[in-house]
Design a protein around this ligand. Structure first.
Ligand SMILES: O=C(O)CCC(=O)C(=O)O
Ligand SMILES: [Fe+2]
Length: 274
């Protein structure tokens, strides 16, 4: 049995087990931290219903040409990176939407930022911004319908995407925070995050691009864990290690709230965006 296991519980319970879990994640000492019931699970379920009522979520099979794709609520840097002006305008709309979208419930985005701030007590955690003050999208809801997910990959604005024209490229380390809102029907090796004990290195480029990283990991004895979440659970991981969301199976989509997090040891600011 591997002892490479997430730390989990409340933020206090996690901090009692490790005083600096974010450093432990980037050093691959632990795969993740899981804040159980960061918001009440029933509130997540109620919010998903609200998203459908407001037509922010829908079944892509019943729209347009009926092709399956991920449905997002929020602003994705990856999608808009080629048109920065449109990106910041879209982000401003998302910020406005999030001012009232969660009325009556625990604010999930504030909860994500609040948990992060507790883990990083010496840092100033804030929405990512350009030097002129233009803000990024603070976080994004992603709905994964059957047949969607992420092949093994790593995320780094500077090292992988090389988007040096964005302020977030200044950070040395990138993490992700993901809160479960709804699980797909089956989570048996599908539809939930898998983390490999594999900080990105040049040897991985080929198996990643050939989409055979899982086999490569088995051949090379790389450890992996699957992160099982209930609605309301929030996990953080170092996104520059290889991770995957095995494709969703079944008619019920997986819904999560996700943010990226940039930080450097010697930088007092931590930027959060999507
Ligand atoms: O949804 C997840 O659990 C992880 C998603 C992911 O790979 C990412 O945010 O880059
Ligand atoms: Fe990722």
């Amino acid at each position: 049995m591997s002892d490479w296991k997430p730390l989990e519980g409340t933020v206090d319970e996690i901090l009692a087990q490790h005083s600096d879990p974010f450093t432990a994640m980037h050093e691959s000492e632990i795969p993740a931290v899981i804040v159980r019931q960061a918001v009440p699970g029933a509130e997540c379920t109620a919010l998903v219903e609200r998203f459908y009522e407001r037509d922010l979520l829908y079944n892509p099979r019943e729209r347009g040409d009926g092709t399956v794709h991920r449905v997002d609520i929020g602003t994705s840097l990856g999608r808009h990176a080629n048109d920065p002006d449109q990106f910041y305008a879209h982000a401003a709309q998302t910020i406005e939407l999030y001012e009232t979208l969660f009325d009556g419930y625990t604010h999930p985005v504030d909860t994500l930022y609040g948990a992060l701030a507790r883990f990083l007590p010496r840092k100033d955690v804030k929405i990512a911004r350009e030097p002129d003050g233009r803000l990024y999208g603070p976080s994004i809801f992603r709905t994964y319908h059957e047949g969607t997910g992420h092949y093994p990959h790593y995320d780094s604005v500077s090292k992988r995407s090389k988007r040096y024209n964005f302020a977030v490229s200044r950070f040395r380390h990138q993490y992700a925070g993901v809160m479960c809102f709804q699980n797909s029907e089956s989570q048996d090796d599908t539809g939930e995050g898998v983390l490999y004990r594999a900080p990105m290195c040049p040897d991985f480029e080929e198996p990643l691009s050939e989409r055979r990283f899982r086999e490569y990991a088995d051949e090379n004895g790389l450890e992996r864990i699957q992160v099982h979440l209930e609605p309301g659970d929030l996990y953080f991981f170092y996104s520059e290690t290889i991770h995957e969301v095995p494709f969703v199976v079944g008619p019920k989509p997986r819904v999560v709230l996700a943010s990226f997090i940039g930080m450097s040891e010697d930088d007092p600011e931590v930027f959060v965006w999507s």
